[in-house]
Design a protein around this ligand. Structure first.
Ligand SMILES: Cc1cc2nc3c(=O)[nH]c(=O)nc-3n(C[C@H](O)[C@H](O)[C@H](O)COP(=O)(O)OP(=O)(O)OC[C@H]3O[C@@H](n4cnc5c(N)ncnc54)[C@H](O)[C@@H]3O)c2cc1C
Ligand code: FES
Length: 279
């Protein structure tokens, strides 16, 4: 059993949990994820490792309430336990000395991009970060991302904070400005990663995205996380989650993400009615 050491509500619907998991903390690297299960009857879900502390033996995850499991998870408190916390899984993000790296994060993925930006800066790269959210109320970890970046641009869709617009706009301006960008790392909702890749393609800048298909085992056995990259079938849990965004078959990813929409909706409705009946 894995103890929740800290619970923090970052913004509405997004929570941070610090979990006691020394074996995961010892091996974690930027870009990897864990698969968790709340109890023995629970569904397995993948969540990115947002931070880790080897000395304390703790791992931080940041999650958004999306359906039954994440809503159930959000009800747990510091001091509670979860049944499974398996990881680190997936390949770490490739960290190397380039020159200028642009890290782009959409929504809760700012938590995913922070350790990557930190590692890229640690290698001596100039790191320019762009983070975007729908509105001011959904912004978190701005200072944390700023502390590991040489420059930070913040956007909100509705203009309620900092610059109005989507993350792709400052990204395009940076590329047009003549700044020699060697690598873009874009993480967030699939649609945002697709459009970041389309933005960088004409400039020929290699763009890494972290794919988020439905996963079950997280170890390459079930085939559920199958995607097509450069015409080849890849399993995100073992071959990724990072891939070349210019090579991803986005339409296939979107279609496979929607396969269980009806079941997911029914599951949430059923759980919500049980919770209401018992309260
Ligand atoms: C490698 C990876 C890292 C991720 N990291 C994070 C993270 O750090 N924080 C975060 O909030 N979310 C993350 N996700 C997404 C997260 O796993 C889903 O939001 C979660 O599984 C939803 O489960 P649910 O029961 O609450 O909702 P459901 O009602 O089951 O689903 C809601 C949505 O989540 C997607 N989803 C459902 N089940 C899974 C699954 N087993 N695997 C992946 N997606 C699923 C569905 O396509 C659906 O759109 C990550 C996904 C992947 C693949
Ligand atoms: S989640 Fe089963 S193969 Fe990747």
């Amino acid at each position: 059993m894995y103890k929740i050491l800290v619970k923090e509500a970052l913004v509405p619907n997004i929570y941070l949990f610090k979990i006691k998991a020394p074996n995961v903390a010892r091996k974690a690297q930027a870009g990897q994820f864990v698969v968790i299960r709340i109890d023995e009857r629970g569904e397995r879900i993948p969540l990115t490792i947002a931070d880790w502390d080897e000395k304390e033996g703790s791992v931080t995850i940041v999650f958004m309430e999306a359906g039954t499991t994440t809503c159930r998870l959000a009800l747990l408190q510091a001091g509670d336990y979860i049944a499974d916390f398996v990881g680190p899984l997936g390949l770490p993000t490739h960290i190397e000395k380039l020159s200028t790296v642009v890290c782009v994060a959409g929504g809760f993925a700012v938590a995913t991009i922070v350790p990557i930006a930190r590692a890229m800066k640690g290698k001596g790269n100039k790191v320019i970060s762009i983070m975007g959210a729908r509105n001011k109320d959904l912004i978190f970890w701005e200072e944390r991302l700023r502390s590991v970046s040489d420059q930070l641009i913040v956007t909100t869709d509705d203009g309620s904070y900092r610059r109005k617009g989507l993350v792709t706009e400052p990204l395009k301006e940076l590329l047009e400005s003549g700044e020699k960008v060697d690598r873009v790392i874009a993480i967030g909702p699939s649609i945002m990663m697709k459009y970041c890749s389309l933005t960088t393609q004409p400039f020929g800048v290699k763009t890494i995205v972290s794919l988020n298909p439905i996963m079950v085992d997280g170890t390459g056995m079930c085939g559920c996380c199958r995607v097509s990259v450069g015409g080849a079938t890849r399993f995100v849990c073992v071959d990724g989650p990072d891939f070349d965004g210019h090579q991803v078959d986005w339409d296939l990813l979107f279609a496979r993400q929607r396969i269980y929409l009806d079941e997911e909706r029914r599951s949430l409705e059923q759980w919500q009615s049980q919770v209401t009946t018992h309260s």
